[in-house]
Design a protein around this ligand. Structure first.
Ligand code: SIN
Length: 481
């Protein structure tokens, strides 16, 4: 791989501050051309146990550092990531497929969580509460939960790691990361920079593995691990929740989505087209917050579809390292097949493909616009996770709210409209953790990211993000007279 600093290309596990080469390894492929990029050490239960012991020892040191000291090390890490942004983005594009400018954006987005929580580390305030008896005083302190297991996805191989472990580290926790088997190289490059930043041994451990289940079960069944944070499918999230229940572990789940994008009759159509395009096609449609169901008021339906389709037709797909590419390949064969089947199901039930719809060589599906959809089609209730814009028509506010909420998911939602009262009504009525109002992009470190219903619970980013890694302890002081 052509990067400046070759030492960022790691293929070993990172446990207790050591790079550990395993006898068995698994292949990582470039999804654009299916070429093998690396053979990466394949961790097992034994490695996970080793990482847990290391994280346990390290916790006794790291959690007693002053917040300032932890903050400075996090800041070192942030600076190193920014200095190496080009190399990190290159690695990310090669293993994940997203276009290089988008990969650069992800590295900066991911780094912003480290910068943010380096600051928040110093603001983990307690409380003093007046007691109900004259003799008593009440104080509250916050303490790190302990060892955190972070299981992260392939769609944001860098940012989903930092979004979890930066607040954990800031709080004083130690971490064990199981990155996706599709994209372990970005995680290992982050570990190399963390090593240079000065984290003590065992504070950060990265376990690449082709056997997510084995690592997940080891993390959830070990009582030393106090918290699991997972981003991925709702199916796997439910398993992790069940496994964590035995020890009543703290859990954060950032799971699937089925985001509605509603355009009301009075909306600024050009702005809505832009917003919808950004939300739908970010990362080739492979984000949990991507628009999944576009609801257009019947009075603006045709105008929107015409303008939106023109933009979709202009999308350049190809190799993410080439200039001008807007969408790279999908992640694997299953992802492409799933979307092709959704299109087949919809068209067999009366839907119309306006543009796209064809499979292309490699892991590509043409950017697609499909209309005349209804709630009986599989596409209505499935997370598309690909470049298909699925369009529905509505005629009343109450109907569209009912349709939008007609899903087990509750992560992101979006709508465009101008009427002030309508905006309040709709924003309050949508059963989602996040609502974009006249915007299609709302992910930022400053805001609490997370869902309701089967999209999970817990919040990442913002002032709330660090609370997920802290326990509240109440101390009652008696005999104060
Ligand atoms: C995700 O797809 O899970 C994260 C996307 C984001 O942070 O915007």
């Amino acid at each position: 791989m052509k990067i400046k600093d070759q030492s960022l290309l790691k293929s070993e596990a990172y446990i207790n501050g050591e790079w550990i080469k395993k006898e068995t390894s698994f292949s990582v492929y470039n999804p654009f051309n299916n070429e093998e990029i690396a053979q990466v050490s394949d961790c097992t239960q034994a490695d996970t146990d080793l990482a847990i012991s290391a994280a346990d020892k390290a916790f006794k040191i790291w959690s007693t550092y002053t917040a300032n000291k932890r903050s400075r090390i996090l800041q070192n890490w942030y600076k190193l990531i920014i200095e190496n942004v080009k190399d990190l983005a290159h690695i990310l594009t090669v293993e994940q497929g997203k276009p290089l400018p988008e990969a650069i954006g992800e590295i900066k987005y991911g780094a912003s969580y480290i910068e943010w929580f380096a600051e928040e580390a110093k603001r983990v305030y307690g409380d003093v509460i007046p007691g109900q008896s004259k003799k008593n005083r009440i104080t509250v302190i916050k303490q790190p939960v302990g060892i955190v297991g972070a299981i992260t996805p392939w769609n944001f191989p860098s940012a989903m790691i930092t979004r979890k472990i930066a607040p954990a580290l800031a709080a004083g926790c130690t971490v064990i990361v199981k990155p996706s088997e599709y994209t372990p190289l970005s995680a290992l490059a982050l570990a190399e920079l963390a090593d240079r930043a000065g984290f003590p041994k065992g504070v950060i451990n990265i376990l690449p593995s082709n056997n997510a289940q084995e690592i997940g079960e080891t993390l959830t069944s070990n009582s030393k691990v106090k918290k699991i944070s997972f981003t991925g499918s709702t199916r796997v999230g439910k398993l992790i929740l069940k496994q964590s229940a035995d020890q009543v572990k703290k859990v954060t789940l950032e799971l699937g989505g089925n985001a509605p994008f509603i355009v009301f009759a009075d909306a600024d159509i050009d702005a809505a087209v832009e917003g919808c395009f950004a939300s739908k096609f970010r990362n080739g449609g492979q984000t949990c917050v991507c628009t999944n169901r576009i609801f257009l008021h019947e009075s603006i339906h045709d105008e929107f579809v015409e303008k939106f389709t023109a933009k979709v037709k202009s999308i350049k797909t190809g190799y993410g390292l080439e200039e001008g590419i807007q969408i790279g390949p999908m992640i694997n064969e299953d992802a492409v097949t799933k979307d092709i089947n959704l299109l087949k199901d919809a068209t067999s039930k009366g839907a119309t493909i306006i543009t796209g719809g064809q499979r292309k060589e490699g892991l590509f599906l043409e950017p697609t616009v499909i209309c005349d959809l209804d709630s009986q089609m599989d596409i209505f209730s499935s997370e598309i996770f690909g470049p298909i814009a699925a369009i529905y028509k509505f005629d009343s506010e109450s109907d569209v709210i009912e349709m939008a909420n007609n899903t087990n998911y509750g992560l992101a939602s979006y709508f465009y409209g101008r009427d002030y009262a309508l905006i309040w009504r709709v924003a309050e009525a949508l059963e989602f953790g996040m609502v974009g109002i006249n915007t299609g992009v709302m992910s930022t470190v400053a805001a609490p990211f997370g869902g309701v219903k089967e999209s999970g619970f817990g919040r990442e980013g913002s002032k709330y993000g660090i609370d997920e890694y802290l326990n509240i302890k109440y101390m009652c002081w008696g005999g104060v007279e």
